[in-house]
Design a protein around this ligand. Structure first.
Ligand SMILES: NC(=O)c1ccc[n+]([C@@H]2O[C@H](COP(=O)([O-])OP(=O)(O)OC[C@H]3O[C@@H](n4cnc5c(N)ncnc54)[C@H](O)[C@@H]3O)[C@@H](O)[C@H]2O)c1
Length: 396
């Protein structure tokens, strides 16, 4: 196999990016040979980007076509594990867009299935290769600065307008998307949070539904997390604040790390402050009530890079073709989702949730949200159809 033949399922905003990357020569060892979308106009758009691509109306037809070695799944989230399993059953490798799915029980099925076949199941976490995150992860995981004491991420720069939510019938509904900011925008940071700091074992959260937009799912979230070693964390996100922040702060026994977008310099800054000795040890032994350990601040100087899909796709192809490491295994996709499912559960039950939590209960409550939904969504596409049927096509 010279190049990995990819079939992209779902040619919307994100699916199109794979086609553009391929057309721009950004895939060193992969080529998009096929696309599938249930909307014919999306297939026409795909042909404009890649004229030779084969088009299919369903994922199933693409999977059984015989012209792909692997699929990229860029449909709405509920389909991610479904198509990953279908592809692997047909002998194809699978690269899933984030999130890995909507509920952990569904993703666990895909992970379990992937273990029964000799195929690659991977996640598109395209922020992992970006900027300082890898360097910060290495610093935290190395143990050089002691244990995690506190982490705080305020990630409120995901501002979205009402028109964004109205742009597709699946968006921001329990039935179509299964959540809001935690399922669509924040899977990146939820993954990075656990990738850098490890998994918490307790979650207490408040998820405000439709606080800043006319939607039924959450658009404002505060999570309080506890870790097995007693460290604590907070994670705050919304699509309603403008301007928002993206600031990650990590306190270790012997260091403090900050990664933040600076709107004046228009770039991320990353810094580490190393303490002469662990702060607790200093506190226990210092003379004088106001003494402080001496510290040294340094820039974490690594190139930022863009969160484009090419690095993850190239690593996926190199893994399949030559056994090189993936950027994110499929199995890792469940971690960030575990945090967001636990946050919903905590908010819905109004209590602290321990991880692992009751996945059947989570699914039962999610299904109740879907059944009890009174939300009637008028999307832009429906609005245009209604206007067309009432007034003729010119009004669309
Ligand atoms: N990695 C990233 O940075 C990133 C960025 C944006 C979106 N995403 C993810 O990509 C996915 C799609 O998001 P989007 O913004 O492109 O949505 P979108 O609505 O623009 O595109 C989804 C496409 O899937 C098609 N589709 C829906 N159901 C299908 C089915 N059963 N079979 C085949 N095609 C189907 C739709 O017709 C549409 O063209 C989401 O899961 C989202 O979280 C990831």
């Amino acid at each position: 196999m010279n190049k990995l033949r990819l079939g992209v399922i779902g040619i919307g905003n994100q699916g199109s990016n794979y086609l553009k990357a391929c057309a721009n020569g950004e895939f060193s060892e992969a080529v998009v040979t096929a696309v599938a979308d249930d909307k014919p106009e999306r297939l026409t758009a795909a042909k404009k980007i890649l004229p030779d691509v084969e088009c299919f109306n369903t994922a199933e037809e693409l999977i059984s076509s015989g012209i792909c070695d692997a699929v990229v799944i860029a449909t709405p989230h509920y389909f991610h594990p479904t198509y990953a399993i279908a592809a692997m059953k047909a002998g194809l490798h699978a690269l899933s867009e984030k999130p890995a799915g909507v509920y952990t029980k569904q993703v666990r099925e895909a992970i379990e299935f992937s273990k029964t076949v000799d195929l690659t199941y991977a996640m598109m976490f395209n922020q992992r290769p970006v900027g300082a995150y890898k360097a910060i992860r290495d610093m935290v995981q190395s143990g050089k600065y002691g244990q995690l004491r506190r982490v705080s991420w305020i990630i409120t720069d995901w501002f979205r307008t009402q028109q964004y939510y109205d742009s597709g019938s699946w968006r921001a509904t329990w039935a179509g998307e299964g959540g809001g900011v935690m399922l669509n925008q924040c899977p990146h940071q939820l993954d990075l949070w656990q990738w850098i700091c490890g998994m918490p074992n307790k979650i207490r959260a408040t998820c405000h539904e439709g606080k800043w937009h006319d939607i039924e799912v959450e658009d404002d979230v505060t999570i309080y997390a506890e870790y097995p070693n007693g460290a604590t964390g907070t994670f705050v996100t919304t699509t309603g604040d403008y301007p928002g922040s993206n600031r990650l702060e990590i306190t270790l026994d012997k260091a403090r790390i900050i990664h933040e977008y600076d709107p004046i310099q228009k770039k991320f800054i990353a810094r580490i402050c190393e303490l002469e000795m662990p702060s607790r040890e200093f506190s226990d032994t210092a003379e004088g009530g106001f003494s402080k350990p001496s510290v040294e601040w340094q820039d974490i100087d690594v190139p930022e890079g863009d969160p484009t899909v090419d690095k993850v796709v190239n690593a996926f192809a190199a893994h399949i073709l030559h056994g090189e490491p993936l950027i994110a295994e499929g199995e890792e996709g469940i971690n960030g989702l575990t945090i967001s499912n636990a946050a919903f559960l905590s908010s819905w039950l109004d209590k602290t949730v321990e991880i692992p939590f009751d996945e059947d209960l989570y699914l039962e409550l999610l299904n109740k949200k879907i059944e009890n939904s009174k939300y009637v969504k008028v999307t832009r596409e429906q609005f245009c159809e209604d206007m067309n049927s009432t007034y003729g096509s010119k009004r669309g």
